[in-house]
Write a protein that binds this ligand. Structure first.
Ligand SMILES: NC(=O)c1ccc[n+]([C@@H]2O[C@H](COP(=O)([O-])OP(=O)(O)OC[C@H]3O[C@@H](n4cnc5c(N)ncnc54)[C@H](O)[C@@H]3O)[C@@H](O)[C@H]2O)c1
Ligand SMILES: O=C(O)[C@H]1O[C@H](OP(=O)(O)OP(=O)(O)OC[C@H]2O[C@@H](n3ccc(=O)[nH]c3=O)[C@H](O)[C@@H]2O)[C@H](O)[C@@H](O)[C@@H]1O
Length: 375
């Protein structure tokens, strides 16, 4: 594997041997799990572009078209980021990877995402989001040096809370979906590994992220496809006819939040499984702070696509959705300098432009979601 990796990596791993990297100057060596995914591919590129060392890890599963994941990985390779094809549950693989590369940071984005699919395949969530996370934490705990960890939690942990906007200190004990419950478990596990082993861990609660190279299972993407192809779309509403709303957040803003979280992450204080002193344990909302109704999102898409949607208004299925999300990002602004700058109108314009250009190639139509049709 060393030979394979070294031939692909465009940075000098030896300069970061013995943990001599100065993270304040951006000289980080980052393992990005889920690097072939939507958020992972964007952050990997951003890190690489400013000169950090990046190695990706992704199992290229078929939850949505594998061709899209392969296309993202191909783009990354052009910029010197090699994505290892493997599972975060493979502890032997992780051990070999960490022996080969002295990671200063781990950006952990690999997960089974999607709220409603959890009712179809709950064990996929337990496999990747719970077992996989513990396997990765164990590897980080046993590494010397121990990398600082930043990982993706989710706005879904706020569950059935109706106090808005959501702040990090709010309770998260009423998850509405199994997906949310696994993200809540991740946050609890992060606390434990910080408490016992001194691992430095930051949880980022993303709010419905969208943009170019996005996820075909998400509403903005599947709506676009259906509008273009002349198929109806289903718009869910609450039990009393209320419209659902989301704090849709553009990918570039989320990338900035991820990079700032890595830049401000302090090193872990344990070594080789032993704790020395308490290390950093943080939680941040990364949202847009302006919730938009799903029907309004559809109207914006109609405008950018110059085509009307066939709207079917339906009761929200009992599959884990919440009515409303809204982030308070004061904490992220103060500690990370996070300020979202792209509104939904502009962000969807970027997405539609990418969609129209990318789909000319047609390659994202390949593969399947293991027979699962979410919409
Ligand atoms: N996109 C959003 O709106 C959003 C919102 C909140 C939280 N999140 C979280 O952010 C992270 C990234 O989300 P995304 O939208 O990029 O999703 P994504 O599905 O595009 O990316 C996740 C990647 O992880 C990989 N993966 C899954 N299980 C794996 C395993 N066991 N081993 C190795 N690789 C594995 C997948 O192949 C995929 O490429 C996820 O943790 C997700 O739960 C996303
Ligand atoms: O912020 C989050 O934590 C979550 O954001 C998204 O989940 P979701 O908000 O459900 O995103 P979409 O699947 O794109 O749905 C957006 C909205 O459209 C609605 N919708 C979805 C699908 C559909 O056919 N019709 C419809 O009205 C949903 O009910 C929801 O209100 C991601 O898919 C999750 O992985 C992530 O954890």
């Amino acid at each position: 594997m060393k030979k394979v990796l070294s031939s692909f990596l465009a940075w000098d791993a030896s300069s970061c041997a013995n943990n001599e990297c100065d993270t304040q100057r951006g000289e980080m060596v980052v393992l990005v799990t889920g690097a072939a995914g939507f958020v992972g591919s964007h952050v990997s590129l951003a890190l690489r572009e400013r000169g950090d060392g990046v190695v990706g890890l992704d199992n290229f599963n078929s939850y949505y078209p594998v061709a899209l994941k392969r296309a993202r990985a191909k783009n990354l390779l052009k910029d010197g980021v090699f994505v290892v094809d493997g599972d975060i549950n493979d502890s032997a693989l992780l051990e070999r990877l960490f022996a080969l590369v002295k990671f200063t940071h781990v950006l952990h984005l690999a997960a089974q995402a999607g709220v409603r699919y959890a009712t179809h395949n709950p064990l996929a969530y337990v496999h990747s989001n719970v077992n996989g996370f513990v396997t990765l934490l164990e590897q980080c705990k046993n590494s010397n040096p121990q990398p600082a960890i930043v990982f993706a939690s989710s706005s879904s942990v706020y569950g059935l809370n109706d106090k808005v906007p959501f702040s990090e200190g709010d309770t998260t004990d009423r998850p509405a979906s199994l997906y949310a419950a696994t993200k809540k478990a991740d946050e609890a596990l992060a606390h434990t590994y910080n408490h016992i082993y001194g691992l430095s861990i930051t949880a980022l609660r993303f709010f419905t992220v969208y943009g170019p190279w996005g996820r075909p299972d998400m509403a903005y993407f599947s709506f676009t496809r259906n509008i273009v192809e002349g198929h109806p779309i289903r718009i869910f509403q609450g039990p009393h006819g209320e419209e659902l709303a989301r704090d849709f957040t553009f990918i570039d803003d989320v990338v900035k939040g991820c990079v700032a979280s890595l830049d401000t992450a302090t090193p872990s204080t344990g070594s080789g499984g032993r704790k020395n002193t308490a290390a950093q344990h943080r939680v941040f909302n990364l949202g847009n702070t302006h919730p938009v109704k799903v029907g309004t999102l559809v109207s914006i898409l109609e405008k950018h696509l110059n085509k009307k949607a066939i709207r079917h208004i339906q009761p929200m299925p009992n599959t884990g959705d919440v009515m409303y999300t809204h982030a308070n990002v004061t904490k992220a602004r103060l500690e990370l300098g996070y300020t979202p700058t792209t509104n939904l109108e502009l962000g969807l314009k970027h997405f539609v432009k990418w969609y129209q250009n990318y789909y000319k190639s047609g390659s994202a139509h390949e593969a399947s979601m293991s027979g699962y049709k979410p919409y």
